[in-house]
Design a protein around this ligand. Structure first.
Ligand code: CA
Length: 380
């Protein structure tokens, strides 16, 4: 799986078009099965546009692949088929970690992934997936939609001709599976851990040997002892991977992923070539999909939590305070380092962190207080 570029049979549609014009380059315009071979040179209202959506996920993977599929179907249905989105799983059109480049070049008109996969292009992209000790899903969408976050994200992707949209979240993730308990900072020294993104950088600063592995290899690496610890997502996805079979200590919540964001990316030229009603459909369908995705993860995690804890040997843990503080300091250092990489990175850093300070203050009296109130009243 995911071993390289492979054209799907579905892509025959645009190969069959006899005339190549600008719109076809951008949007894989199809003239329909009954149209004559002489394709029109101008897109008409009744013309059908076919977009390819490349995703980083395996087909049908819960929370991500399934939700990308629903998004593709939603855009197709909402547009009455005028904009038909065909989905390509990781490896079908391009490899999973080349989705951004495919959208940038127009090989795909849409992508479904998460921004930190492209942090090699610009470290500031981390802020749009989320950072350690970052924002909850609700706080993050508030910043994006109303606090200038979306505009900053668009500016960050602008040099690549890619338009980003927030496409959902897992909610708070789990900190990972450990084979031995972490009771102090010294317990982290030298252990090998699979952990992605800035969480991995923080762990590395504390002496952890961080190993990057694609999701499909996590279980076997834990089983064979190649790694001592691994984080993936949360109860719903972790139980599916069987990680409880290879480690007992389950640390929750994740310090590094409180509300990590998924993204739907669109080739900017292809988007701008759409009639305005289809542009609005794409934008609003992604917003609807984001909400659906978060609901899907939340429900899946709630329903998987007790069954996971009931598995033999599984113990729920939290990192001790000194480990958490050290992870926080290391993470904040990384953010400052990123802010120094460009003027835009500095602007994003200041916008994000000043909003986070306000959000943290408000949460004490709202979300956090509400959850504590509920827990104490219900006797948990
Ligand atoms: Ca994760």
């Amino acid at each position: 799986m995911n071993t390289g570029p492979m054209m799907s049979k579905k892509s025959n549609t645009d190969q069959n078009s006899k005339k190549i014009n600008r719109r076809q380059m951008l949007g894989a315009l199809a003239v329909g099965a009954t149209a004559s071979l002489a394709a029109p040179s101008v897109v008409k209202a009744q013309d059908k546009i076919i977009w390819k959506m490349a995703m980083s996920w395996p087909r049908n993977s819960p929370g991500v692949g399934v939700n990308a599929q629903r998004l593709a179907e939603m855009i197709t249905a909402m547009s009455g088929g005028r904009l038909t989105v065909e989905l390509y799983a990781g490896g079908e059109l391009v490899p999973p970690f080349e989705v951004f480049d495919a959208v940038s070049s127009g090989v795909a008109q849409m992508g479904h992934a998460t921004p930190y996969y492209w942090q090699g292009k610009d470290k500031a992209f981390h802020f749009f997936t989320g950072v350690p000790f970052g924002l909850t899903v609700a706080e993050y969408t508030g910043w994006l939609y109303f606090g200038g976050g979306q505009e900053l994200w668009q500016r960050a992707y602008e040099p690549f001709g890619v338009l980003p949209f927030y496409a959902g979240s897992s909610g708070p993730q789990a900190g990972g599976w450990f084979r031995k308990e972490i009771n102090s900072l010294s317990d982290l020294q030298g252990i090998k851990m699979r952990i992605a993104g800035l969480g991995g950088e923080a762990m590395r600063k504390l002496g952890v040997n961080v190993v990057l592995l694609p999701p499909a290899e996590i279980f076997s690496a834990m089983q064979s002892g190649t790694v001592d610890a691994a984080e993936w997502v949360g109860p719903w996805n972790d139980i599916a991977f069987g990680l409880y079979k290879v480690a007992n200590y389950y640390y929750m919540p994740a310090f590094h992923e409180i509300g990590p964001a998924l993204e739907a990316t669109v080739n900017k030229e292809a988007y701008e070539a759409l009639p305005s009603d289809l542009q609005e459909i794409v934008k609003r369908a992604v917003m609807a999909s984001a909400n659906e995705s978060y609901a899907d993860f939340t429900y899946g995690n709630i329903k998987s939590f007790a069954p996971l804890l009931a598995k033999e040997g599984v113990e729920l843990k939290t990192f001790p305070d000194d480990v958490m503080q050290a992870l926080y300091q290391a993470s904040e250092e990384s953010l400052v380092e990123i802010s120094a990489t460009s003027p835009l990175a500095k602007e994003i850093y200041h916008s994000f962190t000043s909003y986070r300070t306000e959000a943290n203050s408000y949460a004490q009296a709202s979300e956090l207080a509400a959850l504590k109130m509920r827990a104490s009243s219900m006797g948990d």
